[in-house]
Design a protein around this ligand. Structure first.
Ligand code: SF4
Length: 345
């Protein structure tokens, strides 16, 4: 079981490479060839470039990469929340049997929370300071489920609070009465109110202390199991993520460059950028030695030709500066976007 990058484009070379992927449970989420471009005064920035992957119910995928690599854009595109000057140029996002990209605005608004929930970065700071937590939860339910009885809504909210390990008294409290971790758990409770099939949590533990980070991650883990949702965790902290996700997807300059199981990613990363990310993690053996990735992430307005990572890559070959690598599935089922693996794919 697990997310596997795939392409539904029948004419591309990588489609045949990926068609041999191992069969697994029917995916609950299919992201196909998603592309997002921002049209700015400074030029055209391709923030998401042909991103495809699938996720089954109950799976957890960690999405990592430097700032600006496209992680949050991917989340927003999946929620159809890209604002001008950004635009979804191509691709589909299918949850269950519903193609979100084909819904009208009203249907999409209803699909948010009921089919796919997004817990944005800094969500806990977006709680309304002058409304009780309960009122905000009730509003969220009412805006998606006309006609649900008052008592049923109350039960739903109470159950969600219980699921995230919050006392029922939180229902009558205001955000300022809660700690950071409690606020984040309220946001998770709102996210699961309608039992979505897919939950996207964007940096859910940023700005929290390490103990609270773990509690929040455990909360996500627990609610995910309870409703059997597919979860995408976006973040920078690979160490924390490694303990909670099944697979890790690495993004660079708007592309998915590697998708592997957590174990594979940490013991044998394939893509040179993924290797650099893993070797830059601190450990006791290299105490005092800070190993970074040379160079800077490229501007999306001026991406290098060929492989966008080639100016920073210690394995770059001639082809890398001229030819864009395709997404390849290796015989092992791992997905890598790098010329080094053209033969192995
Ligand atoms: Fe490095 Fe070339 Fe692979 Fe890009 S395609 S990561 S430059 S080896």
């Amino acid at each position: 079981m697990m997310s596997e990058v795939l392409s539904d484009r029948p004419t591309t070379s990588r489609t045949s490479a990926l068609s041999a992927r191992p069969s697994g449970p029917e995916p609950v989420l299919r992201v196909q060839n998603l592309e997002v471009t921002y049209y700015t005064d400074a030029g055209r920035a391709k923030a998401l470039d042909d991103v495809s992957f699938t996720l089954s119910a109950g799976e957890k995928l960690g999405m990592v990469g430097e700032s600006g690599s496209g992680k949050s854009t991917l989340a927003l595109a999946m929620m159809r929340m890209i604002k001008p000057p950004g635009r979804i140029e191509a691709g589909r996002v299918i949850v269950g049997d519903t193609d979100l990209t084909g819904l009208d605005d009203d249907a999409m608004r209803k699909a948010r929370l009921s089919k796919i929930a997004y817990i944005p970065q800094g969500a806990m700071n977006s709680l309304n300071p002058v409304m009780r937590i309960g009122a905000q939860m009730v509003d969220a339910v009412k805006s998606h489920m006309n006609g649900e009885s008052r008592s049923s809504i109350g039960d739903r909210c109470a159950h969600a609070l219980k699921s995230v390990d919050l006392d029922a008294s939180v229902f009558r409290m205001y955000a300022h009465e809660l700690s950071g971790g409690m606020k984040q758990r309220v946001c998770i409770a709102i996210g699961i109110l309608l039992n979505p099939q897919v939950i996207i949590a964007d940096e859910p533990t940023s700005a929290l202390d390490v103990v609270t980070q773990r509690q929040v991650m455990e909360t996500i883990d627990r609610v995910q199991k309870e409703i059997n949702a597919a979860v995408i965790l976006i973040g920078h902290d690979m160490g924390l993520m490694a303990q909670f996700v099944d697979k890790v997807a690495v993004m660079y300059a708007g592309r998915l460059v590697e998708v592997s199981t957590v174990r594979e990613m940490f013991t044998d990363p394939k893509h040179p950028y993924a290797r650099a990310l893993i070797s830059s993690l601190p450990n006791l053996d290299n105490k005092g030695v800070f190993q970074g990735i040379p160079g800077l992430a490229p501007s999306l307005l001026r991406l290098p030709t060929g492989c966008a990572f080639h100016p920073r890559c210690t394995h770059a070959m001639d082809i890398c500066g001229t030819t864009r690598p395709e997404v390849r599935m290796l015989a092992s089922g791992r997905v890598v976007t790098c010329h080094l693996f053209n033969e192995e794919a």
